[in-house]
Write a protein that binds this ligand. Structure first.
Ligand code: PHE
Length: 358
């Protein structure tokens, strides 16, 4: 070896020895990585030392090059070994540390959760009907066209069945002729219950429904409560009695209730129920202006009617022997009126600052 290569070799050995010590002294990963950068980094010492290469005689270049690569690899190995040792040490320290006591109380106060306001209102309404003798039932949110529309006597071209109004869905493996959809109302529960059991029956059911609707008072997903009663000789008088009792339980015993004729394909006759506006005050016999009821003095709360004989026939119930009534209502609307919530969307944003108020 020439002088130049000899001194390079000695220099590299010294360098390697120095960094063995530096790595051993590094007592955490950050310090270790810092030391590595100082030798192997772009401006590291090994790189700088290589500048000496230009003085190496051409016939020595190959062996000096190999030497440099060996030194580099060995420094790299020393680094990896020290890194593994540091990590092992940390792991052992963690395992040997005083055990973490999961049963200790937390340091931050953790607020206690509660049911969502829509769920609270839904349960309250269901409870009123349960106390009147209705039993609770359930129906799926993904439904077939027959149970949501056809058996409820919707004509095939009814606008509610339109793409603009209803979410039709592709269900893998489902018969496309069944035309699956997201139920647009909870009235599918009527069809399911009446098709699978014999009267008398009085059933309530609550749950999510879906429509292509989205503005301050309409959400594409919202909740409804459905109820119906089937027996011999059920008349409109029972419908009025039950729904009046319900409205006065929910809004107070003196609440005025009125029934207005209305149309739904699956009832005949059909009606909508209004309660006296709970927001506007009557002074000197006249109403102060009210945004909620538009100063009409009435708030619509539900749709109802006598179950159409056609629906009974579709569900296998003898329409000569039985009559019944049905009703359906939106849950969010009740919550919005009760709490003075002007925009339905805040109910589903789940901002804890909003939810904490209930
Ligand atoms: N399903 C109707 C709706 O979504 C409400 C309703 C239910 C009307 C039962 C009458 C009887 O608007």
């Amino acid at each position: 070896m020439s002088d130049a290569s000899g001194s390079i070799e000695a220099g590299l050995e010294a360098l390697s020895e120095r960094y063995r010590q530096r790595f051993a002294d590094a007592d955490d990963e950050l310090a270790l990585r810092g030391a590595r950068a100082e030798v192997l980094g772009k401006k590291g010492e090994l790189t700088t030392a290589l500048r000496g290469m230009k003085d190496v005689a051409p016939d020595q270049k190959k062996s000096v090059g190999e030497l440099v690569n060996r030194v580099r690899a060995s420094i790299e190995d020393m680094f990896e070994a020290r890194l593994a040792a540091l990590r092992q040490g940390m792991l052992e320290a963690e395992l040997n540390a005083r055990p973490f006591d999961l049963s200790l109380p937390g340091r931050l106060p953790v607020g206690r959760g509660h049911l969502h306001p829509v769920r609270q209102v839904m349960d309250e309404i269901l409870d009123i009907f349960k106390s009147l003798g209705f039993e609770a039932s359930w129906g799926p949110e993904v439904e077939v066209e027959a149970n949501n529309f056809t058996k409820l006597a919707f004509p095939p071209d009814h606008p509610a069945t339109d793409m603009q109004d209803t979410f039709w869905v592709d269900v893998a493996g489902a018969d496309p002729a069944a035309r699956p959809l997201l139920r647009t109302h909870t009235s599918n529960v009527q069809v399911r219950e009446m098709s699978s059991r014999k009267p008398p029956m009085a059933v309530v059911s609550g749950g999510a429904v879906y429509r292509r609707d989205d503005d301050v008072t309409h959400s594409p997903m919202f909740h409804q409560i459905e109820g119906f009663l089937v027996d011999q000789r059920v008349s409109f008088a029972e419908l009025k009695g039950v729904l009046t009792a319900f409205a006065q339980r929910l809004y107070g015993p003196d609440t005025p209730v009125r029934f207005r004729p209305s149309y739904f394909p699956f009832v005949e006759p059909g009606a909508e129920v209004d309660v006296g506006c709970v927001f506007c005050k009557v002074e000197d016999g006249t109403r102060a202006s009210c945004r909620v009821c538009k100063t009409s003095g009435w708030l619509e709360i539900l749709g109802c009617g006598m179950i159409h004989p056609e629906v009974f026939r579709h569900c296998g119930i003898d329409a000569e022997a039985y009559t019944g009534f049905a009703f359906g209502m939106g849950v969010e609307r009740v919550a919005m009126l009760r709490y003075g919530i002007p925009d339905i969307r805040v109910l589903f944003e789940n901002d804890p600052r909003f939810l904490a108020q209930f």
